[in-house]
Design a protein around this ligand. Structure first.
Ligand SMILES: Cc1cc2nc3c(=O)[nH]c(=O)nc-3n(C[C@H](O)[C@H](O)[C@H](O)COP(=O)(O)OP(=O)(O)OC[C@H]3O[C@@H](n4cnc5c(N)ncnc54)[C@H](O)[C@@H]3O)c2cc1C
Length: 281
């Protein structure tokens, strides 16, 4: 289908994007367009004005700041996947980005667009949960930041107002983390995707964070698994036992996988992500 008619404007700064959003009734930000344009073609979204944020200087880039890693919202999946810094200090993020879609999607799609869109099968949300990332945004009332655990709230629903722009994310670099996903063969979206980060000292799991995507209406932490690991010996036996505790209510059931299949795969991919994270500890 052909989208409804819209105007196009290009923002040259975050404040310019916010001003353009305020001025336009029914305006919407566009970054890579790989989620928004398909929605517009289906007429599920009918913005009157598209405000392009893809070329805002400083909105993209990956840097270390105050001991944390900061990724700008406009950074493409391929730039995240290819980041030497991330590969060195926090490889799970680069690996998650590399697992998204195909080269065309990775070359255009952005971190901020993915987080704002919050497709239930998107990959980044699992990694952001496992890393306990903060999402930074600006709106008419100024700056605010939201923990990933609070950001993803429901199906395509996040803690982001329609007059706000995501500037980027921040998280502590974590080497002992990994992402494992069962993906749809055509799109590469997650049927079940699990990101795990572990903190191991003296042969014991001090703590773990496990993020799940693809299996429910929105990405969630697998807290029962996290609790089953804490304080236990850092072994594959402990991981096998804890992964058996991986369960969530209201599993998705669709043409790609039934809820029963997702339930079974949830445990398998939780174990794989945890084993890969432990191997890096
Ligand atoms: C064929 C195909 C396969 C795909 N496979 C995968 C996959 O395997 N895994 C995966 O995770 N994703 C996949 N995607 C989705 C892809 O990652 C998208 O690029 C991403 O979800 C959206 O990013 P974008 O920059 O294209 O956002 P856009 O489409 O431009 O925007 C999406 C939404 O985000 C808003 N937005 C954009 N930037 C900002 C910002 N800075 N602040 C606030 N709001 C903003 C827009 O207003 C819009 O509502 C696939 C997409 C396609 C078309």
């Amino acid at each position: 289908m052909i989208p409804t008619a819209f105007d196009y404007q290009r923002a040259n700064s975050i404040d310019d994007a916010l001003a353009k959003l305020q001025a336009a009734s029914g305006g919407k930000l566009i970054a890579g367009g790989h989620s928004l344009v398909p929605l517009m073609k289906l007429r599920l979204s009918e913005p009157t004005v598209l405000i392009d944020v893809a070329r805002i200087p400083g909105l993209s880039g990956i840097r270390e700041k105050d001991g944390k890693i900061e990724i700008g919202a406009g950074t493409t999946h391929s730039d995240v996947a290819g980041s030497a810094l991330l590969r060195q200090v926090c490889p799970v993020v680069a690996e998650t980005a590399a697992a998204i879609g195909d080269p065309q999607v990775r070359n255009r799609g952005t971190l901020g667009g993915s987080l704002a869109h919050a497709d239930p099968a998107a990959d980044y949300p699992a990694a952001m949960l496992a890393l306990d990332a903060e999402i930074h945004m600006k709106g008419p009332k100024g700056w605010r930041k939201v923990k990933a655990t609070d950001f993803f709230q429901g199906l395509f629903t996040v803690d982001l107002a329609s007059d706000e722009i995501i500037a980027g994310v921040q998280f502590m670099p974590t080497k002992a983390a990994a992402y494992a996903k069962l993906h749809q063969r055509a799109s590469h979206f997650a049927i079940v995707g699990v990101a795990a980060a572990v903190d191991v000292a003296g042969g014991v799991f001090r703590s773990a964070r496990v993020g799940l995507t693809g299996a429910t209406s929105h990405a969630v932490r697998l807290t029962a698994v996290e609790q089953a690991l804490a304080g236990k010996p850092a072994t594959t036996d402990t991981i096998a036992g804890a992964s058996a505790a991986a369960s969530v209510d209201d599993l998705n059931s669709d043409i790609h996988a039934s809820d029963e299949y997702r339930r079974a795969m949830l445990m398998v991919f939780t174990r794989r992500a945890l084993e890969a994270a432990l191997a890096r500890a």
